[in-house]
Design a protein around this ligand. Structure first.
Ligand code: NAD
Length: 340
């Protein structure tokens, strides 16, 4: 193979697994690196150099970046609200991975470096109301991000900036807003709301227990970006001119109750809802202001939540059935996935 060498750090994860597939389809040679044993990777693509290594260690980052033209740094110890609110130190330790990957990429003189930041960098004071004004990039300062995870992301964003300004490393940063889709975490405690809702509703169908617990009041608002939009965006950011961190998220705002409505509709079921007000629920409202991404790329994520959730639901139904020996039917769209 003769294409450029792209390194995907965190390639065994949800977004990384999709990104590896996309880069392969674009003709890249790909090295995918993740700390998890290979059998736990969401996707293992053929024709890829798959490496199991802990990128908190500088020597592993040097090995990962050797000969690379482009580096996509997605590796992070993270999960949904249930995980990040209860594991702040673990989240902050990702600073080792980000620091060492920047040092190694700089020393290896890689051509381009992408870093996946998060909407969790935004000032909490801007997210107190469910009836939100969408977050603009400037709302990250003055800094008061999500404790633990958000602080680490904001710090690492700035490291990217200073490696660019001081050392001339080409860096690009996107602030992802809630990404969802097939081949991601759907149980075990690290899953995010869209996957959790699918699993709970599939479980209700499988067991006949038609009740669902929702974290918080259900009136919190969020936007959710389907994985294909995210992958499309990463490529645009990496090869575009904009050096500042920009939002990469959907601006289709829903309440968590509306998200449940959508999944119930997909599944053809109505459940009795209960609300756990003590559960981690994150900020009251968050949406992505897409003025700047539109200005720079003439593009923004646009896959409708209903369409993306249907694909996600079908994939999780297949996973759930394989794990529990059940036979919850996918929806009638014909959109199915080959489950592991
Ligand atoms: P994920 O957990 O599925 O993938 C992250 C991967 O990084 C995992 O496979 C994990 O094993 C790997 N990893 C963690 N520590 C590592 C280490 N020390 N060395 C090597 N690999 C390591 O998460 P994801 O949803 O694919 O997220 C990818 C990136 O996007 C992360 O940086 C995350 O913070 C960011 N992000 C994701 C979302 C989202 O909604 N999914 C939102 C905002 C930001």
């Amino acid at each position: 193979m003769s294409g450029k060498l792209a390194v995907v750090a965190g390639g065994g994860g949800f977004i990384g697994g999709h990104l590896v597939g996309d880069l392969l389809s674009k003709g890249y040679r790909v090295r995918s690196v993740d700390v998890k044993p290979l059998h736990e990777w969401y996707q293992v693509h053929e024709g890829v150099e798959n490496v199991v290594a802990d990128l908190k260690a500088l020597e592993h980052c040097h090995a990962a970046c050797r000969g690379a033209d482009e580096v996509y740094q997605l590796a992070a110890d993270m999960g949904g609200m249930g995980f990040i609110e209860n594991n702040k130190a673990l989240c902050m330790l990702s600073v080792l991975t980000n620091t060492h990957m920047l040092i190694a990429a700089n020393e290896a003189k890689v051509g381009k470096f992408f870093y996946s930041s998060s909407a969790c960098v935004y000032n909490a004071d801007k997210q107190k109301e469910a009836n939100v004004v969408a977050l603009r990039e400037e709302d990250a300062y003055p800094a008061m991000p999500e404790d633990g995870y958000g602080w680490e992301k904001l710090f690492s964003e700035r490291m990217c900036r200073h490696f660019r300004e001081d050392f001339g490393l080409y860096t690009r940063v996107a602030r992802f807003h809630n990404v969802y889709g097939p081949f991601g975490t759907w149980d075990g405690g690290r899953e995010k709301a869209p996957a959790a809702m699918c699993r709970k509703i599939i479980h209700a169908k499988a067991t006949g227990d038609h009740s669902i617990e929702i974290w918080g009041t259900g009136e919190q608002t969020r936007s959710f970006m389907y994985i294909d939009d995210c992958i499309n965006g990463i490529y645009k950011f990496m090869h575009g001119e904009c050096t500042e961190p920009l939002n990469l998220g959907s601006s289709e705002l829903v309440t968590i109750n509306q998200l449940v409505d959508i999944v119930e509709d997909i599944a053809g079921i109505k459940l009795d809802r209960s609300y756990n007000l003590d559960a981690p629920k994150g900020v009251n409202g968050r949406n992505s202001d897409n003025t700047l991404i539109q200005k720079h790329f003439g593009w923004e994520p646009s896959i409708r939540l209903r369409d993306g959730m249907e694909r996600t639901y079908n994939w999780i139904a297949g996973e759930y059935n394989a794990q529990h020996g059940t036979s919850v039917e996918p929806t009638g769209t014909g959109i199915t996935f080959a489950n592991a």
